[in-house]
Design a protein around this ligand. Structure first.
Ligand code: C5P
Length: 397
């Protein structure tokens, strides 16, 4: 899996002669696995065509804050939520000043204000402009705000001057964006995650299961790996590819998932129960296909073992995080479930909504501990996964 796989990057392209390099930056980000959407400022459009950026990014280029059609499909608020990171390359002195002052003067600046994702700025301009006290002052302001600046290179400039102000190499810019997602918050820690749906056989061809896709568990695994953890995944039925850096143990039934978790839990620091485990299995599944008889058929269901509860009951237990899928009384059910299972935190999904949860790439959750709760509004599972893991680190590590 590449360093930017599953990452959505907005590339802001400003008015600088270096804008001609923007399609190459798009390509280098894509080489690392990213999906890229471009916002082209009015001045940027003087140096590079929308078409070149549309063809390379394979997405419509965004440029106008007041475009009614764009607002209907993906307006500035939606774009801000969509992005995992915003990169401005090349960044002009004007855009740097606008970002430093928090202006919402155009689409790019509005999206930046409407997003809580990391911002990376790669300035490119004439060496005299770059060294101007106002530009340097604005860059210092941005650095103090934890905005990542990719310093320009020293060399011959388009205008013939020699000095500091040449846009950094496209490959280097893309790699610095990738490195921003890596951290060491879980380095040396072991995390075991269950994910996907369990399958309970009725006969050799039919089964009981549910709609879980494994996407939330997979996003959590990606976030733990980015944070430096050693990740083991105990996987049920899923329809997605998993991070190759994780150790994967495949299971089918709730009983098998329980067994594999118990066999592998001893040295784990964190356990995340994200699988949709069947609460019941079929008593004595038929060895042969059940024939249609035209009469009522009664199946006897037996309760399955509760994996999360059993891990929480271990004498030396890891930090235990559960998930709950509910359709009503979310807060009350979450708190009761946390007590009943004995886990340290529970993450509540509202599965009554069609646009969220099961199968969807998006989710909206509430994170509960005994004395804390935080609603994480609708966003991609990837982004929520990172937020959840950050919170787990903050609360328990
Ligand atoms: O009890 P309920 O299924 O609502 O609880 C949800 C949480 O418990 C999830 O974290 C799920 O992965 C976990 N669970 C489990 N073993 C079961 C049932 C649920 O670990 N048999």
């Amino acid at each position: 899996m590449k360093i930017l796989t599953n990452k959505r990057i907005i590339l802001g392209v400003c008015g600088s002669i270096a804008a001609y390099k923007a399609p190459d930056i798009v390509r280098r980000l894509q080489d690392l696995g990213a999906e890229v959407r471009v916002i082209l400022t009015q001045s940027g459009a003087q140096f590079i065509t929308e078409l070149s950026l549309q063809v390379t990014s394979k997405n419509k280029v965004h440029h106008n804050l007041w475009d009614k059609e764009a607002e209907l499909s993906m307006g500035h608020i939606e774009m801000g939520k969509w992005a995992d990171a915003i990169l401005i390359a090349p960044a002009s002195a004007n855009t740097i000043a606008n970002v430093a002052e928090g202006r919402a003067c155009d689409l790019l600046n509005s999206v930046i204000l409407a997003s809580d994702c990391p911002l990376i700025i790669a300035p490119a301009m004439n060496q005299q402009m770059y060294s101007a006290a106002a530009v340097q002052g604005n860059l210092t302001t941005l650095t103090l705000r934890n905005i990542h600046i990719i310093k320009p290179e020293i060399g011959v400039q388009a205008c013939g001057d020699i000095g500091e102000g040449r846009l950094a190499e496209s490959k280097e810019i893309a790699e610095q964006v990738g490195r921003l997602f890596q951290n060491t918050e879980l380095s040396g820690k072991k995390v075991l995650i269950t994910l996907g749906a369990t399958i309970e056989a009725i006969d050799p061809v039919r089964y009981l299961s549910n709609h879980s896709s494994g996407k939330m568990g997979s996003a959590l695994a990606d976030a733990c790996i980015e944070a430096g953890a050693q990740v083991t995944l105990v996987v049920g039925n899923i329809g997605i590819d998993l991070n190759q850096k994780a150790r994967k143990i495949s299971t089918v039934s709730a009983q098998e998932m329980h067994q594999k978790v118990m066999e592998n839990i001893a040295d784990q620091d964190i356990f995340i129960a994200c699988a949709a485990v069947s609460d019941y299995s079929i008593k004595n599944p038929e060895k042969n296909k059940i024939k249609k008889s035209g009469k009522n058929l009664t199946l006897t269901l037996l309760p399955t073992k509760d994996i999360l509860k059993d891990v929480c009951a271990l004498s030396t237990k890891p930090i235990c995080i559960g998930f709950a899928a509910e359709t009503q009384n979310l807060t009350e059910n979450a708190i009761n479930k946390m007590k009943y299972k004995g886990c340290d935190a529970i993450i509540m999904n509202d599965v009554s909504r069609d646009d969220l949860g099961f199968k969807s790439d998006e989710n909206e959750v509430i994170f509960f501990t005994k004395n804390f709760q935080l609603k994480m509004i609708k966003n991609s599972k990837q982004k929520l996964g990172r937020k959840i893991i950050k919170l787990v680190v903050e609360k328990f590590i």
